[in-house]
Design a protein around this ligand. Structure first.
Ligand code: AR6
Length: 181
């Protein structure tokens, strides 16, 4: 599915984020920036060991913030590592999740990047319920796109059918406008 947001496109696809040919792919990182499981493990395996070395030099990243590195053997020139919250049920989770998306997009904009691909942050190992996380993810991206016209493509690369369906449903719920691909 493809949606128009100002001059930008927001896409939802099923797939593997490591294969995306965009300026930056986003990693669902932890606060140490050490390679973990899930999408982080897949990104580090595909990028090669230099990625973990650069992350170690950065030294960490608080929840809700993001850091940028090179993409090494990936097609993407950059990896933006953003740290979503571990789901706790506390109302503050939503603010931290929105901040993780916003920080990643602001970093992309400040580096002049035009296209960025996200996985579904926090909804795997970190346990954030998909039906709550998906509208926060999409609404936050919509709001940043409207104020940062340099970013022309935000693609959500969703790994399984359940996740894809949750984002598709959330796009309707928040009133995004579908366009032909
Ligand atoms: N492409 C796209 N999405 C993927 C891929 C892939 N190759 N592999 C998994 N996913 P998770 P989190 C989906 O657990 O919840 C790490 O160890 C997955 O199905 O990777 O933010 C970090 O180091 C799910 O929908 O991230 C942290 O410690 C989504 O990516 C912790 O996990 C996110 O799942 C972060 O947990």
């Amino acid at each position: 599915m493809r949606f128009a947001i100002g001059n930008a496109a927001l896409e939802l696809i099923r797939g593997n984020i490591v294969e995306q040919d965009v300026d930056a792919i986003v990693n669902a990182a932890n606060e140490t920036l050490a390679p973990g499981g899930g999408v982080s493990g897949a990104i580090h395996r595909a990028a090669g060991p230099e990625l973990a070395d650069e992350c170690a030099r950065i030294g960490g990243c608080p929840t809700g913030e993001a850091r940028i590195t090179a993409g090494y053997r990936l097609k993407a020139r950059y990896v933006i590592h953003t740290v979503g919250p571990r789901y706790s049920g506390n109302p503050h989770d939503a603010a931290l999740l929105a901040s993780a998306y916003r920080s990643a997009l602001m970093l992309a904009a400040s580096h002049g990047l035009q296209s960025i691909a996200f996985p579904s942050i926090s909804t795997g190992i970190y346990g954030y319920p998909l039906d709550q996380a998906a509208p926060i993810a999409l609404a936050t991206c919509r709001d940043v796109l409207l104020s940062h016209p340099g970013i022309t493509l935000v693609r959500f690369v969703l790994f399984d059918e359940e996740t894809y369906r949750a984002y598709d449903q959330a796009a309707q719920t928040i009133g995004l406008t579908p366009v032909e691909a």
